[in-house]
Write a protein that binds this ligand. Structure first.
Ligand code: KG4
Ligand code: ZN
Length: 338
């Protein structure tokens, strides 16, 4: 089957997304981001599943319209089975199963983390796909992993966070600094105007390829408490330098970990994904690593970095080609390994 149209559905966290892929090319990529969570300073699972239920039909419908195809033309339906929030996963899973059953076409279950990595195989202008084996660094509000990728479906987690995800480190620190949720992009914006060497923050010691971020937010909290005791306006007056120093710490920590992974595996081709790969410090450091350490790096288009359904659709296409179809009794899994 050369001429396939595959619908991808993603609902693992707080974004309801649908995309259509046709022979490696994304025809539409729709994401409904849930604004409701901003008021709470984090994702509220109960509210997320309700919003998915509201959004799922309009989002899928829009993806079909934008791709200019009818649902009867679909060859298969791919959906995020996990990992993620159970209530959120159930909405996408049940919808995908029903639609595949109704249309009598194959259903394909997708691992969200695998999809973040395989997003690099979406055909896009000016993008070179990675060569196997490569290292994938997935960094977002929910995940922080270094994965050794040997083939499309052979992946091994070689390093990960033992506590908070890197996005949480940005968001929780931002909250302490009085910035609105999600604070990651704001820290990045301030950081670009500040002095990265002005303040020192600790880099937690864990295994060479693992990450730990919970100590960093505590360090930021103590730092802010101490400084504001002397000057109540300290944070406001020094926001750029604080953010630049914080970002510098996080970015150099990530680069340290990648260096360890390159040394451990002998692989120096690196592909990044996840919402935090939007960070300007990470992007600059990775680009510089090509000259500095001789690495080859891949940074996908931003719309394929954050949670999206295009990445689910590409995995759907790869799995359909490989004959990896789901059983119709497949169920969502909040915790799901590779
Ligand atoms: O992949 P994503 O959209 O959703 C998941 O968490 O799965 O990632 C969102 C995370 C948030 O923590 C957000 O603050 C962070 O990515 N983020 C950034 C930047 N843009 C998004 N963190 C630092 N700098 C940025 N420019
Ligand atoms: Zn994600």
């Amino acid at each position: 089957s050369e001429n396939t149209y595959i619908l991808g559905i993603e609902s693992s966290c707080d974004d309801t997304a649908a995309a259509i892929i046709h022979n490696g090319v994304i025809l539409s990529n729709v994401v409904a981001t849930q604004k409701i969570h901003e008021e709470y300073g984090g994702v509220v699972p109960e509210l997320a599943s309700r919003a998915h239920q509201q959004n799922i039909v309009p989002v899928v419908d829009l993806a079909l319209k934008k791709a200019n195809i009818d649902k009867k033309q679909l060859s298969a339906i791919a959906f995020t089975r996990g990992p993620g929030l159970m209530g959120s996963l159930l909405v996408g899973t049940s919808f995908a199963k029903s639609l595949a059953y109704g249309l009598d076409i194959p259903l394909i279950d997708v691992n969200h983390m695998q999809a973040h990595i395989l997003a690099h195989f979406i055909k896009a202008d000016g993008q070179q796909t990675p060569n196997f084996p490569f290292l994938a660094l997935t960094i977002s509000g929910g995940h922080t992993q270094i994965v050794k990728v040997t083939s499309h479906f052979k992946m091994e987690v070689i390093g990960q966070t033992i506590d908070d995800a890197i996005g949480e480190a940005f968001d929780k620190s931002a909250k302490i600094l009085g910035l609105t949720y999600p604070g990651g992009p704001l820290v990045d914006t301030y950081a670009q105007q500040g002095d990265p060497k002005r303040f020192k923050f600790p880099k937690p010691k864990v295994k060479p390829m693992d990450f730990s971020f919970s100590g960093l937010k505590t360090a930021v909290l103590y730092f802010v408490e101490k400084q504001t005791a002397e000057n109540p306006n300290f944070v406001k007056e020094n926001m750029a330098d604080i953010c630049a120093s914080l970002q510098f710490t996080i970015v150099s920590y990530v680069i340290d970990k990648l260096k360890n992974a390159v040394k451990h595996t002998g692989i120096n081709e690196i592909a990044i994904g996840g919402g935090v790969s939007a960070n300007s410090g990470i992007r600059t450091a990775l680009k510089e690593s090509e000259q500095k350490y001789g690495w080859t790096t891949h940074i996908p288009r931003f719309e394929f970095c954050t949670d999206n359904a295009a990445m689910i659709a590409i995995v759907g296409e790869l799995k359909l080609k490989a004959g990896l179809i789901a059983d119709n009794s497949v169920i969502a899994a909040a915790r799901l390994k590779f």
